[in-house]
Design a protein around this ligand. Structure first.
Ligand SMILES: [Cu+2]
Length: 197
């Protein structure tokens, strides 16, 4: 467990440092724009005991403890990370008209990214990709990194913007067709935006 804590703490520093250097678009847009909520259920005392400051208290306190979160990262039915279902993008599929702005609103207590990827894949936190054992069961196949989620030290990746709790990122100028978005921290948080002509 100590090793896990050290690793988690290192990751928190990494994510925190990344968030500080980023601007998140918060321009006012029409309130009827299609929106996707970035949702989690982090319990502040237990998450912040492992990764200080990672879970912001919210008016309605979230209550998935860190241990519960880790316990549901994996399932005996699959060899890859499944993730805790309380961490998700909702809705996971929306259909919008070309030209509409999609608002991705962080309704959770943790930072998340809303990153467009060519194909869904792993994020930049090895623990949450199933690459660290424990907690990953023996035989776990780590998720392959989605290239758009790659972090290169000193080189900000355009799509890897950490959206702080309560903040919104606006996605504009989406071409007609299917667009896939995921969180580069919790790679099971995913949504598809279908842009109609
Ligand atoms: Cu996330």
């Amino acid at each position: 467990m100590r090793k896990l804590r050290m690793l988690a703490y290192g990751l928190a520093v990494l994510v925190g440092a990344w968030a500080i250097g980023k601007n998140v678009a918060t321009a006012q847009v029409a309130s009827n724009d299609p929106r996707i909520a970035l949702v989690d259920n982090c319990d502040p005392p237990t998450f912040n005991a492992v990764i200080p400051g990672v879970c912001t208290p919210t008016p309605h306190r979230f209550d998935t403890t860190f241990a519960e979160f880790i316990a549901l990262l994996f399932s005996p039915l699959t060899v890859t990370t499944v993730g805790h279902p309380a961490w998700n993008f909702t809705p996971g599929y929306i259909s919008v008209r070309a030209g509409q702005t999609v608002r991705a609103i962080n309704a959770g207590g943790e930072g998340h990214t809303f990153t467009e990827v060519a194909n869904f894949g792993g994020g930049f936190v090895p623990l949450l990709n199933g690459a660290v054992s424990p907690p990953a069961p023996a035989g776990t196949v780590p998720l392959a990194l989605a290239p758009a989620c790659a972090l290169v030290p000193g080189v900000p990746a355009p799509g890897v913007v950490v959206v702080a709790p309560g903040n919104t990122v606006n996605v504009t100028r989406l071409a007609p067709g299917l667009h896939k978005f995921q969180c580069c921290i919790h790679p099971w948080m995913r949504a598809v935006v279908d842009v109609e002509n």
